[in-house]
Design a protein around this ligand. Structure first.
Ligand SMILES: CC(C)=CCC/C(C)=C/CC/C(C)=C/CC/C(C)=C/[C@@H]1[C@@H](COP(=O)(O)OP(=O)(O)O)[C@]1(C)CC/C=C(\C)CC/C=C(\C)CCC=C(C)C
Ligand SMILES: [Mn+2]
Length: 406
């Protein structure tokens, strides 16, 4: 049965016609998800059956722990675990919405101060996004500020002014602090805000741990062999943000989409944002000796590290960039399908961030793919225009992503 479903979902996949282009990648992802869902729904998938039908696919399955999983498969396992946690929470204690939430707010003034500081940091570093959070209920926006601040602080460890002093053991200490705050023992006031947040929402520690893992990989790695490795990096530093945010933003009660599909869309938005960030910052990163681009695809396009360090916008470079931009847009498209499923008040900030970040890709094109010396920048007017557009989209009501069962 698994085989029949898999064939229906992705004709040609079992026969090994996979991965030549992004479209094929997508069908591989979709098929993998179907298999995971089957596995998690406890339907018996016979490994022998898979192996007989397709040696290619059998190597992608988690049928044996010894088998190496692709990045997308590893990440999708996290998605399934997060979704299961949220579903459990919805069954045990449905989150209240609207004004009644105000009654749940802590009276503890230390905690209020902690959230207030998170709010100030968020306002200072991410103005548009901060504005968007103002539409959310009080409890939700405080939670998002606390998550934002933890992510920002984690990123600053490797990207901030003290980055050159950061060692793997400093990241180990940061992870120990994370464990402590999840156990209700926060180290400082900003951790206390997050500690309170995780006690109120069904948020799992894994994406937080994974973000720290991404920072570790930034300390030791400056090249990415192929898109699989790059995808994993993007998951660590940005896909994780999507997974952390969904339990707080909430899924619309009227949504017919599966929880897994909403998490997948959130993951896709993180990946899309990070790919865009990478394409925007090619020159800046190269000046720090870093190339966050798939080495095999560079070679296929006839490009080398030297070409990037020299920063010449050649036709080869333009061709390469077109392919990268196309892939980033595909992840944005996948994300779009999920935004509508979020609770009404959470949609606007997410649409705004999606539309604004995606426009960076248009700006790279408008700069004739010179991302070595020109920073792709979305002007104020375009930014302002995106806000009402995002608001309009946020009014769309949820329509099912694919399946109709939660
Ligand atoms: C509404 C909204 C956008 C919520 C997310 C709030 C949040 C917790 C953000 C944390 C962002 C952060 C500080 C991440 C640390 C790592 C990092 C810096 C990643 C890069 C962000 C861009 O930052 P910037 O341009 O400042 O980069 P530099 O440091 O200057 O290089 C990233 C590119 C990743 C950002 C990823 C997201 C915001 C994930 C968005 C996904 C969701 C909110 C899920 C939405 C749900 C559905 C169903 C689509
Ligand atoms: Mn950064």
């Amino acid at each position: 049965m698994a085989i029949t479903l898999l064939r229906a979902a992705s004709p040609g996949l079992l026969e090994g016609h996979h991965l030549p282009n992004p479209i094929a990648r997508r069908s591989k992802v979709a098929s993998w998800r179907i298999l995971c869902s089957l596995k998690y729904a406890c339907l018996s998938v016979d490994p022998g059956e898979i192996a007989r039908a397709s040696p290619v696919y059998s190597s992608l399955m988690t049928v044996s722990p010894a088998v190496l999983l692709s990045s997308e498969q590893k990440v999708y396992d996290v998605v399934l675990r997060q979704a299961a946690l949220l579903k459990r929470q919805l069954i045990i204690a449905p989150l209240t919405t609207g004004e009644s939430e105000l009654l749940l707010l802590p009276r503890n003034s230390g905690l209020n101060q902690a959230y207030h500081r998170c709010r100030e940091i968020c306002e200072e570093y991410a103005k548009t996004f901060y504005l968007g959070t103002m539409l959310m209920t009080e409890e939700r926006r405080r939670a998002i500020w606390a998550i934002y601040v933890w992510c920002r602080r984690t990123d600053e460890l490797v990207d901030g002014p003290n980055a050159s002093h950061i060692t793997p053991s400093a990241l180990d200490r940061w992870e120990k602090r994370l464990d402590d705050l999840f156990a209700g023992r926060p180290y400082d006031m900003l951790d206390a805000a997050l500690s309170d947040t995780i006690s109120k929402f069904p948020i799992d520690i894994q994406p937080f741990r994974d973000m720290i893992e991404g920072m570790r990989s930034d300390l030791r790695k400056t090249r990415y062999k192929n898109f699989d490795e790059l995808y994993m990096y993007c998951y660590y530093v940005a896909g994780t943000v999507g997974l952390m945010s969904v339990p707080v933003m909430g899924i619309a009660p009227e949504s017919k989409a599966t929880t897994e599909s909403v998490y997948s869309a959130a993951l896709a938005l993180g990946i899309a944002n990070q790919l865009t960030n990478i394409l925007r910052d090619v020159g800046e990163d190269a000046r720090r000796g870093r190339i966050y681009l798939p080495q095999d695809e560079l070679a296929e396009a006839g490009l080398s590290d030297e070409d990037i360090f020299n920063g010449v916008v050649s036709n080869k470079w333009r061709g390469f960039m077109k392919r990268q931009i196309k892939r980033a847009r595909m992840f944005f498209e996948e994300a779009e399908r999920g935004v509508t499923e979020l609770s009404q008040a959470s949609r606007w900030p997410v649409w705004a961030s999606l539309l604004l970040y995606r426009q960076i890709l248009d700006e790279i094109e408008a700069n004739d793919y010179n991302n070595f010396t020109k920073r792709a920048y979305v002007g104020k007017a375009k930014k302002l225009l995106a806000l009402p557009v995002a608001y309009g989209r946020s009014l769309l009501t949820p329509c099912s992503l694919r399946n109709s069962h939660k």
